[in-house]
Design a protein around this ligand. Structure first.
Ligand SMILES: [Zn+2]
Length: 338
């Protein structure tokens, strides 16, 4: 699930880097001890020459040589330990250390991914999602229905802003639950500040934490990156576009705020179509009404979206504005206490 080859290679390179670092550090500690405690060096030399002697005896047919060597080494090992402790070093000072004592920094235990590998996967996915910091603030734990009014009603349906959000919230939860077994897509539309981006973040957080690759772009960023790639001016690392087409979930936020032209129309269609064909989920959000959306983008884009996406309309007060007002009044009351 989730990792492509270059992501997998990046994680394995990191394991290799850690192994090398720990080996170097151990060699450094061994050098330090041998310099400070010459007796350790003598014992190590004794162990080495006893081993050579044993090998010779084995070759000349002495079958007892190995067990004798083991005993000899055990005695020397105990002496070595005593000298080390007496010299003021911890008992394991000359041992190889590991970041993960469970898999010894190999990433796998008996062919199964170690817990540290799974954590590395999630870390990498977070970094590549473009969402690393925001998700601590915007997730289902910090989500609140308090911003949605039971009084404010949509004229045509008579549904309140709160009822609508409860329904959409349930759809999002379902989307996450069924993510691995279905290839659903969501289309959030509605005015600025009604929680479309926040909901995308909530979903992203849940999926990243279960090692799905999620990539987030505002529409403007997305088309800039695609243009840079297509026209060869990209400073982005190789494979960025693959990430856009292949990730488990692509979030395109604020569609309609970019400059819409033929290029945007054809690339958007390509992107949506590629992802539908490869059965990868996409979330799109826009401030445009459905009519405005239809007028802005090509007929084939609208048709793909309206037949393959769950259309979710949100409405209500501008939460960003409400939050700003809350913060201001909090600051005012703080100041009046000072
Ligand atoms: Zn491990």
């Amino acid at each position: 699930m989730a990792l492509n080859n270059s992501q997998y290679d990046a994680i394995m390179r990191d394991y290799y880097r850690r192994q090398t670092m720990h080996r170097r550090q151990m060699e450094e500690r061994v050098r330090e001890v041998r310099e400070k405690l010459p007796r350790i060096r003598e014992i190590d030399d004794e162990i080495a020459s006893a081993s050579v002697q044993c090998a010779r005896q084995l070759l000349s047919g002495n079958d007892n040589a190995l067990s004798a060597l083991k005993k000899h080494i055990a005695v020397l090992g105990a002496q070595r330990q005593e000298v080390l402790l007496a010299g003021g070093f911890p008992a394991d000072y000359m041992e190889l250390t590991y970041d993960c004592p469970d898999c010894h920094d190999l990433g796998y235990i008996n062919g199964q991914k170690c817990h540290c590998f799974q954590k590395a996967e999630i870390d990498l996915l977070y970094t590549q999602s473009n969402l690393r910091d925001i998700l601590d603030e915007e997730n289902f734990q910090t989500f609140s229905f308090d911003y949605y009014s039971a009084e404010l009603k949509e004229e045509i349906s008579g549904v309140s802003s709160l009822e609508r959000m409860q329904k959409v919230h349930a759809v999002c939860r379902q989307f996450i639950r069924d993510f691995d077994t279905t290839d659903a897509n969501l289309f959030f539309y509605g005015d600025t500040g009604v929680g479309k981006t926040f909901l995308s973040h909530c979903i992203a957080r849940e999926l990243l934490d279960t090692t799905h690759s999620v990539v987030y772009f505002s529409a403007q960023e997305l088309f800039e990156i695609i243009a840079q790639k297509r026209f060869g001016k990209s400073e982005q690392p190789e494979g960025t576009l693959d990430g856009i087409y292949d990730c488990d979930l692509l979030i395109i936020d604020d569609l309609g705020t970019e400059i819409t032209n033929t290029f945007v129309n054809s690339e958007l269609f390509l992107c949506i179509n590629e992802r539908l064909t490869s059965r990868k989920s996409t979330i799109i959000s826009t401030n445009l009404s459905l009519k405005a959306f239809k007028d802005t983008y090509s007929e084939r884009i609208f048709s793909r979206i309206s037949t393959n996406y769950t259309m979710l309309k949100l409405f209500g007060k501008d939460i960003r504005l409400l939050k700003k007002m809350e913060r201001n009044s909090l600051n005012r009351s703080k100041k009046s206490l000072e």
